[in-house]
Design a protein around this ligand. Sequence first.
Ligand SMILES: N[C@@H](CCC(=O)N[C@@H](CS)C(=O)NCC(=O)O)C(=O)O
Length: 223
Amino acid sequence: MWRVYCFPLCPFSRKIRLLMSEKGIGYEIWRTDPWDAGEEFWDMNPAGRTPVVRDAVKDITLADSRAIAEYFEETVDKAPMINGTAKNRAEIRRLVALFDENFYHDVTMPLLHERMKKRLILRQPPDSRMLRDAMKMAHGHLDYIDYLVDTRPWLGGPQMSLADLAAAAQISVADYLGGIDWRDHAEAHSWYTTVKSRPSFGPLLSERMEVIQPPRHYALLDE
Ligand SMILES: N[C@@H](CCC(=O)N[C@@H](CS)C(=O)NCC(=O)O)C(=O)O
């Protein structure tokens, strides 16, 4: 069985866990905080980042969520997530990069820093200006999702794809940290509720990161 080295609020690990569940690939979680990881973890990924996945029986270790996603896409036929025509697949990859890079840097990373790292590691209060800025950036990204789901059934095209999983993974962490205001984003909210209601999402919604509690609506499927 695969082991996923991650911590509950890592959006890239969430994306991989969603992909593995959708494809029916079994895995166990191995709690790893990159800021407190040991030598074994650094040996597996010299970048020192989660997620890392390992199958000890086959002696396969993979790191970097995009490399991992491509590996499972190439080796497991069930539920293709980089799907459709070459043009479609390029569009899916574009959106995955947009959410992994832009959304993460604009929204998820500052929220993780202010609300998680400062609380658990640095023992400092969050900077309210940084929180406000991250929420403002989230608003812009949600506007774009409103537009996408207005013009196509799923973010990347006619079928659910890795673009939906990447976006929902980032949004779920931002939502956990109180950084998402769903008002004025009915289309994005309806799309997110559909993704969040899938069985693959269940385990993510029930996990908690120590003393940091999500807002009440976070795990509810009708809100
Ligand atoms: N490009 C990487 C990004 C992974 C990443 O940034 N992971 C964060 C946790 S969410 C991390 O491990 N950060 C620790 C660090 O950068 O030192 C991927 O897609 O896997």
